[in-house]
Design a protein around this ligand. Structure first.
Ligand code: SF4
Length: 285
């Protein structure tokens, strides 16, 4: 059994500064990635407003406690969060998930690990090795679940989720909570870098190629029905996708080394860069 840790231990610390989102920012603007590291955005968990990220994190916590038979009471921050609307929403989602896919059915397969931080850390908490398959100095990941499927569990999974897994073996699982059904999300995950990077990194570290990554999606409908629970299988990346993932990381690392601003990214699809509005980027002073 690979060591497990409680997800909420890290919730206040912002991004790791070396995960997929860091490299995404670095691809957009090298200066932004540097400033993100210098001025990390801290989640305010006490904010009573509905917050999709906090609901997602709590869902992960409930799933971890459930699938590893760990008492929830041991979780860090439980006092701060229980009783909030985010907590209630996450509980609503998880209760429905659990009633449809109880662990006793075996449909999830054998749970090998939950909330697995990579690289693997030694007893002193330091990474055993920063070696990675991407040709960059450092890459970090947190895998929601690692499961092992047998012929039998594949049959149960198909019956419960309507999704055929190709063969027995190791699968990574990613839990997603979404506000609405997006017809393009499956393609986004297939062509995105997170799924590829996680599967490649897992194989590199443990010598076992995952058969794929199961995206376990809950659409947060007001009234949850079977249609609110969707699963997709993202296959192991082909050679083009593997190469693209390596270039993505290396390009990002290079952009950060140069520290170059990218004026084209200051105002984007989702509004202005936070470092522009906060004044932490001195590009236009
Ligand atoms: S304001 Fe523009 S140049 Fe500055 S960090 Fe943001 S995206 Fe980069």
């Amino acid at each position: 059994m690979i060591e497990q840790r409680r997800v909420l231990n890290a919730i206040h610390q912002g991004g790791s500064g070396s995960g997929v989102s860091y490299y995404g920012a670095a691809n957009t603007c090298g200066r932004r990635a540097i400033l993100d590291r210098e001025y990390p955005r801290i989640s305010d968990l006490s904010d009573p407003r509905d917050n999709a990220a906090t609901v997602g994190t709590l869902f992960h916590l409930f799933a971890e406690a459930y699938y590893t038979n760990t008492p929830l009471e041991g979780a860090v921050e439980i006092n701060q969060l229980s009783g909030t609307s985010n907590w209630a929403e996450a509980q609503r989602l998880f209760k429905e998930h659990r009633s449809r896919f109880p662990k006793e059915s075996g449909g999830m397969g054998k749970v090998i690990a939950c909330e697995m931080d990579l690289p693997v850390r030694g007893p002193d908490g330091e990474p055993v090795s920063l070696d990675n398959p991407f040709g960059v100095e450092k890459f970090t990941a947190r895998i929601d679940m690692v499961v092992e499927h047998t012929e039998d569990s594949i049959k149960v999974f198909e019956k419960e989720r309507g999704l055929v897994l190709p063969e027995p073996g190791i699968y990574l699982v990613d839990h997603k909570t979404k506000g609405r059904m997006d017809p393009h999300m499956e393609y986004g995950w297939k062509m995105g870098y997170q799924t590829s990077a996680y599967m490649m990194y897992y194989e590199y570290l443990f010598g076992v190629r995952p058969k794929g990554m199961i995206m376990n999606v809950i659409i947060r409908h007001k009234k949850l029905t079977d249609a609110s629970f969707v699963a997709y299988l993202i296959p192991y990346p082909d050679e083009d996708q593997q190469q693209a993932t390596k270039w993505f990381m290396q390009r990002g690392e290079q952009n950060v080394k140069i520290g170059a601003p990218n004026p084209g990214a200051c105002i984007g699809q989702y509004g202005a860069c936070v470092h522009l509005t906060s004044g932490t980027c001195n590009r236009y002073k």
